[in-house]
Design a protein around this ligand. Structure first.
Ligand code: B4P
Length: 190
């Protein structure tokens, strides 16, 4: 099984590249952000709980996340692994992911980090805000999300470097060129 984590700041291209990776390598694509947006849209109990948190640019609590991930994984059959997009985002989520995969006799194969500078991120997300109107894509909330990333999520870099699983890919350029670099990096663990 190939279990990949797509890692990077908000707006680094995780969602964009994950879709392509899942298709090419026949992986189940799990985007925790997409799951939350769908729950919010359908006004489910979970959606109502997380809406305000997401609109403020904060992280949803770790307690909720692992159950959501476990349920999402169970929905896939006939896949050759998973590409996790937006998960884990804290050390606790990473530890729980290791446990969950361990219980299935699997592990994280590779953490692929998309390296994009904050100015480019802001530019991309402001552009998306104009096109899609996501409530968490205002300048103020984007800055908050970047701040949350540096404080709560970036410690994962060291966590996965210690396991020898962290690889960084240049994340600026055309979607196709970045995808090609990602595929070359994936080949090193296959
Ligand atoms: P996400 O949906 O994961 O939001 P994101 O980090 O902004 O990534 P996204 O996939 O949207 O952007 P992408 O980089 O692909 O999370 C939203 C919120 O949900 C979080 O803030 C949090 O509140 C909550 N949440 C989710 N997971 C959680 C967890 N594990 N724990 C706790 N809370 C959680 O793309 C951005 C833009 O760039 C797109 O418009 C795209 O078209 C563009 N782009 C992509 N590649 C490009 C390129 N090469 N060049 C130019 N533009 C490009």
């Amino acid at each position: 099984m190939l279990n990949l984590i797509l890692f990077g700041t908000p707006g680094s291209g995780k969602g964009t590249q994950s879709v392509k990776i899942a298709e090419k390598y026949k992986l189940g694509h799990i985007s925790t952000g997409d799951i939350f947006r769908s729950e919010i849209k359908s006004k489910t109990e979970l959606g109502l709980k997380v809406q305000k948190i997401i609109e403020r640019g904060c992280l949803v609590s770790d307690e909720m996340l692992i159950e959501i991930l476990d349920n999402a994984m169970k929905k896939f059959s006939d896949v050759e692994g998973f590409v996790l997009d937006g998960f884990p985002r804290t050390i606790r989520q990473a530890e729980e992911l290791d446990e969950l995969l361990g219980s299935r006799n699997e592990c994280v194969s590779l953490v692929l980090a998309l390296d994009v500078n904050p100015d480019e991120v802001l530019h991309r997300l402001m552009k998306r805000a104009a096109q899609e109107g996501r409530k968490d894509d205002t300048e103020e909330v984007i800055k908050k999300r970047l701040n949350v990333y540096y404080h709560q999520t970036s410690p994962l870099i060291e966590y996965y470097q210690k396991q020898g699983k962290y690889k960084s890919v240049h994340g600026i350029g055309s979607v196709e060129d970045i995808f090609e670099n990602i595929c070359n990096t994936i080949q090193t663990v296959r």
